[in-house]
Design a binder for this molecule. Structure first.
Ligand code: ATP
Ligand code: MG
Length: 424
């Protein structure tokens, strides 16, 4: 048997990690700009957590989880999303009751979906969650945070789609109206949707089956069934977004794939990634904390797929930060290699931000062409004669026409610091 990675599980190879680190760094900085704190939860949880949080009659729980019995016969699942675990951890450690929390997380999630561009079985999400704040201001804040992250990544032409799922009575009234409407089209619905019409009719709005989508287009809108209170919350969110100059469009068909949402839901979408056009999605989930056994606490959050962010950055031609070495130290003989290894350590002390590599193996000419190919900015060359003199040659790949500079080892860090800034 040939050993290879599982379908939908990707290696992130060295040529890719620079852009991943960049996205993660921009995300960390953006969360910090809003004073959100990181939380890290396990990848494996009891299956019961996700069933109770996400809803039994959702695609994620019905079809997409990686679940198995462990050696003690406990049913476990790889986490398909981050919110359920955040709430579980918050309850377990007493972080939610009568408190406000602003949290973020990042890491792999697992869903057994059909792999395609922008859809994988192991994928990575960045997410924000805010607990304990009922008013529309925090909805506006988490959306503004997502907007700023997308902007700092340089992404353009994204649309913010907004909806409200209402709550309580208005939700129940809408459910009744929607059921009546769908019953009128029951013969044309796909089998999953027929089943959900009984168990969970709002899910039919989220169907990916084209014939069902066509029917749903004419369905009554939840926005028309909202109570005055729900309406006021949505008005507050719309007003707040306008105050911050964040454009949005209302889309009454957004229900999201997870059952825990109420009130505000939103998606950031692009037309540049085909069917996988949602790069960030979230909403309010005021009922979830109580549903998982805690005292009720209002909450809102979102999650963004890192793979889709990177696909979109590439589609938009965004240039990526450079991970190539700044300096490659090239020894012409074994004794010079020993000297340059010591020198490399010294340079890492003196120039902590420089990427310094010791070239190993091959004749000097081969080493230099390998360094040039790797995108290095400078080579530092030492042969026997230089070693005797306590000197090196500095060769620029940025300006290959420039003459090599001969520098005493003692003055190398200072000379390089100047050149790295000058030719950077
Ligand atoms: P979709 O409608 O694309 O299946 P979803 O409604 O299942 O998305 P969420 O559960 O809200 O998505 O997850 C938030 C974000 O995580 C998505 O907007 C997307 O960017 C990303 N995401 C979700 N599933 C996958 C996947 N299988 N592969 C890659 N990214 C994903
Ligand atoms: Mg999905």
């Amino acid at each position: 048997m040939k050993l290879q990675s599982l379908r939908g599980f990707n290696d992130i190879l060295p040529g890719e990690t620079a852009v991943w680190q960049h996205v993660e760094q921009v995300a960390r900085d953006t969360f910090a700009a809003y004073a959100y704190q990181e939380i890290r939860t396990p990848l494996l949880e009891q299956t019961a957590l996700f069933k109770r949080a996400i809803g039994e009659v959702t695609d994620v729980v019905e079809k997409e989880m990686f679940s198995f019995d462990d050696r003690e016969g406990l049913n476990l699942s790889l986490r398909p999303e981050g919110t359920a675990s955040c709430v579980r951890a918050g309850l377990e450690h007493g972080l939610l009751h009568n408190q406000q929390q602003r949290l973020w997380y990042a890491g792999p999630m697992f869903r057994h979906e059909r792999p395609q561009a922008g859809r994988y079985r192991q994928f990575h999400q960045l997410g924000a969650e805010a607990f304990g704040m009922p008013g529309p201001e925090i909805d506006v804040e988490v959306i503004a945070l997502s907007a700023r992250l997308l902007k700092r990544l340089g992404l353009r032409d994204l649309t913010l789609e907004l909806n409200s799922l209402g709550s309580g009575d208005s939700r129940a009234r809408y459910r009744a109206a929607l059921t009546t409407f769908l019953e009128g089209h029951i013969d044309a619905l796909d089998d999953d949707s027929k089943r959900r019409l009984v168990s969970n009719p709002l899910r039919v709005l989220d169907s990916k089956v084209p014939t069902t989508q066509a029917i749903v287009r004419d369905a009554p809108s939840l926005l028309d069934a909202m109570s005055a209170e729900d309406r006021a919350h949505l008005d507050g969110v719309q007003q707040g977004l306008s105050d911050l100059g964040i454009d949005y469009v209302m889309n009454p068909r957004i229900v999201r794939g997870l059952d825990y949402y109420s009130h505000t839901v939103f998606e950031w979408t692009t037309t540049e990634l085909g069917a996988q056009g949602t790069v960030c999605a979230g909403g309010r989930y005021d009922g979830l904390v109580a549903q998982l056994g805690g005292q009720p606490s209002p909450a809102i959050g979102w999650a963004s797929g890192i793979e889709r962010l990177i696909l979109l950055m590439k589609a938009q031609g965004l240039t990526l930060p450079d991970a190539a070495p700044d300096l490659v130290l090239c020894p012409a003989d074994p004794d010079s290699a020993r000297t340059l290894q010591r020198l490399a350590e010294q340079l890492r002390d003196d120039l902590p931000n420089a990427r310094v590599q010791l070239s190993l193996g091959g004749k000097l000419k081969a080493q230099l062409s390998r360094a040039a190919k790797a995108g290095a900015r400078f080579a530092v060359v030492m042969g026997e004669a230089e070693r005797q003199d306590g000197k090196v040659h500095v060769k620029s790949f940025v300006h290959p026409e420039a003459a090599d500079q001969t520098v005493a080892i003692d003055g190398l860090a200072v000379a390089l610091a100047a050149r790295l800034n000058l030719e950077g």
